[in-house]
Design a protein around this ligand. Sequence first.
Ligand SMILES: Cc1cc2nc3c(=O)[nH]c(=O)nc-3n(C[C@H](O)[C@H](O)[C@H](O)COP(=O)(O)O)c2cc1C
Length: 178
Amino acid sequence: MDLIKNDFIEFIKQRKSVRSFIYQKIDKETILNILEGARWAPSGNNSQPWRVCICIHPTVKRMVAELSKYGGIIEDAYVNLVIFLDLERGYDRVKDLQGIGAFMENILLGVHAKEDIGGVWIGEILNRKEEVNEIFKLPTDKFELMGIIAIGHIDDAREKVRSKERERRSIDEFTEWY
Ligand SMILES: Cc1cc2nc3c(=O)[nH]c(=O)nc-3n(C[C@H](O)[C@H](O)[C@H](O)COP(=O)(O)O)c2cc1C
């Protein structure tokens, strides 16, 4: 059991944001499998307040990419999962956001579990969230953009080593024992 648990910590530690992709198809089954893991995320009251636009079409990708300074990543990714909070399903602002965070982390871990595939959470796009709603024809009073997870086959040659960004605070620094 402990061995499995240690493997799990290693698995979490090895996940990292991937921002360089080669163009190669990711099949529908793989995308569905990632979402299968995501939908088991916890949420307050089990409200499951997520809505996902699975964005693969180059024209749609470009429209989204134009709204972000990370547009290059969005365009290069084979698929972008555009995640909205379904405000009618939600019931408590803080808890809804926490549930969405759990959902999105499950996606990142699901992506990491696939060979040669990586992903990154793009939050910067929130600066233009209303325009993202327009692209997907979702009313802003019902759906609120939470972020995008860009997913693609990892381009090892272009992917930079970002050791500074991957540093983590020590446990001591953020804990107190009582
Ligand atoms: C809420 C949130 C927003 C983020 N927004 C962006 C973003 O807009 N662009 C980007 O390149 N990375 C973004 N990231 C990825 C972080 O930069 C990255 O997770 C962090 O630096 C730690 O690196 P790691 O994921 O490789 O461990 C975001 C991550 C989170 C959780």
